[in-house]
Design a protein around this ligand. Structure first.
Ligand code: HEM
Length: 324
């Protein structure tokens, strides 16, 4: 979450004072609560005719959370405007970019304005926090479970990075096996298992009529485990991606952990860099072993379904700093 908040506002979300008793919750708490609500299965999604009744009270509980988040964002906007008036140096973050553009959007009568941007920032927090961290946790678990793959990635990192301790964005392109590992992790353990679309018009797809307004649920997890598409679909085999193969935005729609088309995840470029850089740093700077219990019983790869697919048993591993 702090990666996102630094990128957007140049602050660490968790570094502020805790909210006073009975006071308004902080942005990070509002986002965490909203994430839990968003993950709760909602009968209204399956029976749109009764959606207005909000039977589980989810919409009712979400409203105050979003309102709190937007109030905090208002304060961040206001503070930045004061900083600008006081000629503080620019931070070059998303907040600066929005304030630089705001006047232009107003002049053009654009649909983008302060209110839609606050919605986007809130969406980015909810959609962008657990997705990347869960992917890294699954990757570490898969590598600890497959030591020969772990050794191969570490070998590649040693060849490319040598004694360098800081992994840089430009290094990612030189690490094809690490890229293949990340693809294989996102194929087997896509942090977002399903995504929802609505048909804007009645369309025919492969002989089926999909009426306008239909909610379509895309099961990413099932596409990634389809034996008609993948050889040994349940096997962790990064090598399958070494020939170039599918990419996250390939038209073949085989590997779709970020969705696809016009609504493809807007955080893909950030998630791509974050996951590769953090994983590369963890693997290059440390040696990893499992605690005794997991050594004996194996890593529990059971999935827990929520807004993201997380590990039912959170991964525990022991790190030992490497001498580089
Ligand atoms: C490994 C990490 C991530 C995965 C697997 C992931 C996956 C997804 C998926 C499957 C969707 C739905 C796309 C569709 O409907 O076709 C989505 C949407 C979205 N993601 Fe991500 N995401 C990740 C990271 C991020 C990050 C870091 C951010 C924020 C910077 C982010 C922001 C969003 C937003 C705002 C949407 C909604 C886009 C829209 O509806 O137009 N995601 N993501």
């Amino acid at each position: 979450m702090n990666i996102l908040s630094r990128m957007m506002f140049s602050v660490d979300l968790d570094s502020g004072p805790p909210p006073s008793p009975g006071g308004r919750r902080g942005l990070s708490d509002a986002v965490k609560e909203a994430t839990i609500l968003a993950a709760t299965p909602n009968v209204s999604d399956f029976f749109p005719a009764i959606a207005a009744a909000d039977l589980q009270g989810l919409r009712c509980r979400m409203g105050p959370l979003v309102a709190d988040a937007h109030k905090i964002l208002d304060e961040l906007f206001a503070q930045r405007l004061l900083d600008r008036e006081a000629c503080e140096p620019p931070k070059n973050d998303m907040l600066d970019a929005v304030l630089d553009k705001e006047h232009e959007w107003q002049q053009e009568g654009s649909m983008i304005n302060r209110s839609t941007i606050k919605g986007l920032f809130t969406d980015m927090f909810v959609a962008g926090s657990d997705t990347s961290s869960t992917t890294i946790e699954w990757a570490m678990a898969a590598l600890l479970k497959n030591p020969q793959v772990m050794e191969k990635v570490k070998g590649e990192l040693m060849r490319v990075l040598g004694n360098k301790t800081q992994v840089e964005e430009s290094d990612i392109a030189q690490l094809p096996y690490l890229q293949a590992v990340v693809k294989e992790v996102l194929r087997l353990y896509p942090s977002v298992a399903t995504t929802f679309y609505r048909a804007e018009a009645t369309v025919q797809v492969q002989g089926y009529t999909i009426p306008e307004g239909t909610t379509i649920i895309l099961n990413i997890w099932a596409v990634h485990r389809d034996a008609d598409v993948w050889t040994d679909p349940d096997k962790f085999m990064p090598e399958r991606f070494m020939d170039g193969g599918s990419d996250f935005s390939s038209k073949d729609c085989k590997l779709i952990p970020f969705g696809g088309g016009r609504r493809i995840c807007i955080g893909l470029p950030l998630a791509y860099r974050t996951v590769h850089l953090i994983l590369a740093s963890l693997l290059h700077q440390f040696d990893w072993i499992l605690p005794e219990e997991a050594m004996e019983n194996g890593v529990d790869m059971t999935e827990k379904f929520g807004l993201v697919i997380s590990m039912a048993t959170p991964l525990k591993a022991i790190a030992k700093k490497r001498d580089l």
